[in-house]
Design a protein around this ligand. Structure first.
Ligand SMILES: OC[C@H]1O[C@](O)(CO)[C@@H](O)[C@@H]1O
Length: 462
């Protein structure tokens, strides 16, 4: 690959049009080099450093440190972290996140941190923030965060959606396409296309991206686990997207993003403990406490869909086979395919969930019986959730959350299984419908997820 590219090649490398590239140059966000003959060339090693530094990436170690001096500078800290994260992504590395604090207060860990920084400075591996600003000539997310623009991607089993949110509520762009089936690379490419198209159309500098995805990232490898979109399993989704998009990416479980969105400005707003449930191709759950996602030490908090169905009747045992290798998981009864399978077993008819719901509305006894079994199982499953975490609100999401009767019937049924004389938990429909996942993904850049345990100890002596 030629390092010094003509304008068309450089625009292609960045995934933008020539007009956008020219505008960035006029705005001083990137500079061209000049050949001896006075021709403009764009240095790809600066624009897409990850293509050129793959070899030394493996041996380089960077410590990124952001600091502010008081609590009311939280926004400033977040901006510094975004800048550092972008810098690391541009160098081809992955930023794992480190908090900033008042150095005076963090005492021992501060001195360990500064020892690590000076060691790395000696090794030539640390870039000061000023250096990052200087080197990140190409658009930085600081600009976006000043305008409070966030970009979320919902990477679902059936559709990929991109959303750009301005401020708290305003959706300024949205795109949705069917998820390409069968190939991980096709999924990555679809995300890249959607993100760059939407940014280009709005004339935005590359934004940091939040992604909602089924499953979780295995730490410390960052490989995906537990995704019902099985081509994602075992893949380094975050690193691959960071490299492809040349920017920092945060990924969280789809149900966690859904719960975050509904707790922030949706049906759970005002409640300190909100449990968000996905009833779709898969069944998942996310827990948000005081406005923050609780990811859990294994990254699986809320995954109630892979517990076995509680208080099973003999006819429900051992239960259908699950893709996770077990039998009788809640997901095998309460997902869309689970509902269809249950109806087919009982009636011999292979109907889709929406046909079963319509059938029940039109008085079909087999459809009515299927929905009653579904409601009873949902009540038992959610009773476990209430007994365990006792949330103020449970919000249902995913395709099956559109079944209106669930909100009337399930709270009557769950009383018998919940260990309390009175149940105040509300079961509610999502305010943002099936946009909640993508809204929560965009919010990943506003409410940082608590760092995994390995990073919580960052700066402490080993
Ligand atoms: O997509 C819905 C849910 O399905 C799962 O992959 C489990 O099978 C969860 O991780 C996700 O939240």
């Amino acid at each position: 690959m030629e390092r010094f590219a003509r304008i068309g090649e450089a625009a292609k490398a960045l995934g933008v049009s020539i007009t956008t590239l020219r505008r960035w140059e006029t705005e001083g966000r990137l500079c061209a080099e000049h050949t001896a003959g006075g021709r403009r060339r764009y240095d790809l090693a600066k624009l897409r450093p990850e293509w050129f530094h793959a070899a030394d990436r493996a041996i380089r170690r960077a410590i990124a440190c952001a600091c502010v001096s008081s609590h009311d500078q939280k926004d400033d800290l977040e901006r510094q972290k975004q800048l550092l994260e972008l810098y690391c992504a541009r160098q081809g590395g992955t930023f794992e996140g480190c908090g900033g604090n008042r150095p005076r207060r963090i005492g021992k860990s501060a001195s360990n941190l500064s020892r690590q920084v000076s060691l790395s400075l000696k090794e030539g591996n640390v870039a000061r923030l000023e250096d990052c600003r200087e080197r990140c000539k190409i658009p930085v997310p600081v600009m976006a965060s000043a305008r409070q623009i966030r970009l979320g991607v919902d990477l679902g089993g059936t559709k990929i959606e991109v959303l750009v949110l301005e401020g708290e509520e305003r959706e300024i762009a949205r795109r949705r396409i069917p998820t390409p089936t069968g190939s991980y690379e096709a999924i990555l490419d679809a995300v890249r296309r959607l993100v760059t198209e939407v940014e280009e159309e709005l004339g935005l500098a590359p934004l940091p991206v939040g992604v909602a995805s089924p499953g979780a990232l295995m730490e410390p490898t960052g490989l995906v686990k537990n995704s019902n979109t099985v081509v994602l399993c075992g893949r380094p989704l975050r690193t691959d997207l960071e490299q492809l998009l040349a920017r920092p990416v945060r990924i969280a479980n789809d149900a966690n993003c859904f719960a975050l969105s509904e707790a922030a400005d949706g049906a759970g707003k005002g409640d300190s403990v909100v449990f968000g449930v996905i009833l779709g191709t898969g069944v998942g759950g996310g827990l948000v406490i005081e406005g923050k996602i609780v990811p859990g030490i294994n990254g699986i908090a809320g995954e109630w869909g892979h517990n076995s169905l509680p208080w099973p009747s003999p006819g429900e045992l051992p239960g259908p086979e699950c893709y996770c290798g077990k039998r009788g998981c809640i997901e095998t009864f309460l997902s869309g395919p689970g509902l269809a399978l249950d109806h087919a077993r009982a009636s011999g008819e292979r109907w889709r969930p929406e046909e079963i719901v319509r059938g029940a509305e039109n008085g079909d006894p087999a459809c009515e019986a299927t929905l009653r079994r579904y409601e009873d199982r949902l009540a038992r499953g959610l009773a476990h959730v209430v007994n365990l975490i006792d949330p103020g609100t449970i919000v249902l999401g995913g395709g099956l959350s559109k079944i209106a009767r669930l909100y009337r019937r399930v709270p009557h049924l769950w009383n018998q299984w919940i260990f309390s004389d009175r149940v105040a938990t509300k079961l509610v429909a999502p305010r943002h419908g099936d946009s909640s996942g993508v809204r929560g993904a965009a919010r990943l850049w506003e409410t940082p997820i608590s760092p995994p345990p390995s990073l919580r100890n960052f700066g402490k002596s080993e």
